[in-house]
Design a binder for this molecule. Structure first.
Ligand SMILES: [Ca+2]
Ligand SMILES: [Ca+2]
Ligand SMILES: [Ca+2]
Length: 258
């Protein structure tokens, strides 16, 4: 099951965009319901609000905790409340205020919550878990640090376990680990610089060790084109040849990080 570098790049583009959207949306901001308009229904759920199950599979920890305050609201397109927020009172006297600790949303309006996000005392996002294909099992797990996306784990084969792990530094994609044979262990390591794929390590024998490192073919091609242009410009006697044409040449020469 060998994949070309081009396909590695192709896989990466969409999820990277998604990650950045999540990062920008961080903190308290409400994300648009991603499943609105979808026909997918979670087992046990229904798109007819009168048939919504009594149990919405809440995973915010609020039951039996009278000190918490619950707010149920209806988001865009919802006839019945599909968003639950759980608040806790913080502080004493004049500084007493309520802070959001957990929020869960039924994004496809089938009566079953499919996105849960927890927050710290500063109101920053800490964790998010979601079932984006509405099969009743979580398939995306996000971890935030200082309210920014730090890790995004994905289940791509619907077995309920992550098989892609994406790591972000300062909100930018830094590394991806992929488990292609679904044994729970990474066998592809992708290293990114400024969000762009720089090199890929592949473990073909699934023993946990990289067998080969591949450079980004697209980046190499772009460098060659720049060099050709610079040479052509010199040949033509044009004084204004691009001075920085060769600058990125050593960008990929760095030692791969684990
Ligand atoms: Ca739902
Ligand atoms: Ca799922
Ligand atoms: Ca594996």
């Amino acid at each position: 099951m060998k994949r070309s570098l081009a396909s590695f790049i192709a896989w990466s583009i969409v999820p990277v965009g998604l990650g950045l959207v999540v990062a920008c949306g961080g903190g308290n901001k409400e994300r648009a319901p991603i499943g609105t308009g979808t026909t997918a229904v979670t087992p046990g759920g229904s798109h007819d609000p009168s048939k919504w199950p009594a149990d919405d599979r809440s995973r915010c920890d609020w039951r039996g905790k009278p000190e918490l305050e619950i707010a149920e609201t209806a988001g865009p397109g919802a006839l019945k409340p599909n968003v639950r927020r759980v608040y806790r009172m913080e502080g004493e006297g004049d500084s007493r205020h309520k802070t959001l600790v957990c929020r869960e949303i039924d994004t496809n309006l089938d009566g079953i919550k499919d996105v849960i996000r927890t927050f710290n005392a500063k109101g920053e996002a800490v964790k998010e878990e979601s079932d984006r294909d509405y099969d009743g099992k979580s398939d995306v797990w996000l971890t935030f640090v200082d309210g920014r996306i730090a890790e995004e784990d994905l289940d791509t084969n619907h077995d309920g376990n992550p098989d892609v792990w994406k790591f972000y530094l300062d909100g930018q994609l830094n590394r991806i680990r992929r488990d292609r044979n679904f044994d729970g262990k990474a066998d592809v390591w992708e290293i990114y610089t400024k969000g762009h794929l720089e090199r890929v390590g592949v473990d073909d024998t699934f023993d946990g060790h990289v067998d080969r490192w591949d450079r980004d073919e697209a980046m190499k091609y772009a460098q060659e084109q720049d060099e050709k242009k610079a040479l052509a410009a010199m040949d033509a006697g044009v004084a204004a040849a691009p001075v920085d044409a060769g600058a990125p040449a050593d960008a990929g020469a760095k030692k791969p990080k684990k």
